[in-house]
Design a protein around this ligand. Structure first.
Ligand SMILES: [Zn+2]
Ligand SMILES: [Zn+2]
Length: 240
């Protein structure tokens, strides 16, 4: 079976060679991760905000300006990268240009970040930020779900997409304040029959921008009995 799988993988690599998730160039046969051209990727560097995990300029501060002014009910978010080039286009391509294959690379980095934070043993379940059925039909997949699958496999934690649901399709309106936006998203969410033993969970999304989406998911989960929500994302906007 193992040999069969290896053989299949080799055939797939020959017909559809792997591409570098950052620049989309074809990778040499059998190569993993990214190509050798990218030395300075925009990793989040310390010091970081104790809440959203974005880099801070001032190491005297515990929280960034956004987290000081907005409600954050989750414990902490762990972004890997800043949401700038060359990562930004690459991550958007997962969603808009069907670059599902990039998820393996990013998922392994998110998993490593969570493991280093010492969370792997404490999490009962991994939940991807849900999308509405109509979006799923149009796109064919939920990128957060694909990412969660990689993280779950790497950390050996189960992934669930049947309890935290997006039941209406709200397109976020730019003119709304962060609070209004969070309420809007929250009304679109539904938590259905959540198992009582899920007390500490990891929420997974691709990009953290205002934090409104993960905040809304956190509130919905906490109302359903979850105690601690941690957040794993590929990248985080610069914010304030
Ligand atoms: Zn490359
Ligand atoms: Zn913050």
């Amino acid at each position: 079976m193992q040999i069969q799988n290896k053989w299949n993988r080799a055939m797939i690599d020959l017909v559809f060679p792997r591409r570098c998730p950052i620049c989309d160039e074809v990778m040499p046969y059998g190569a993993k991760g990214i190509c050798g051209k990218h030395e300075l990727l925009p990793y989040v560097t310390e010091p970081t905000c104790m809440k959203c995990g974005k880099s801070l300029d001032d190491e005297e501060l515990e929280y960034c300006a956004d987290c000081r002014t907005h409600t954050r009910s989750f414990e902490r978010a762990y972004p890997v990268f800043r949401y700038v080039e060359p990562v930004a286009s690459s991550v958007l391509a997962i969603k808009y240009h069907n670059k599902r294959e990039y998820v393996e690379y990013y998922g392994s980095l998110v998993a490593e970040r969570i493991r280093k934070a010492g969370l792997a043993e404490r999490l009962q379940i991994i939940l991807p930020v849900p999308v509405h059925r109509s979006k799923l039909r149009k796109r064919g997949y939920n990128q957060a779900e694909l990412l969660a699958d990689v993280v779950g496999r790497r950390l050996d934690i189960p992934v669930d997409n049947g309890h935290l649901l997006r039941v209406s399709d709200t397109t976020p309106q730019k003119e709304l304040s962060p609070l209004e936006r969070a309420n809007n998203i929250k009304q679109a969410l539904e938590v259905r029959a959540l198992p009582a033993e899920w007390k500490t969970v990891l929420l997974i999304d691709d990009i953290y921008t205002t934090g409104a989406t993960v905040q809304a998911c956190t509130e919905a989960l906490q109302e359903a009995g979850v105690e601690q929500v941690y957040v794993g994302v590929i990248c985080i906007g610069e914010g304030r």
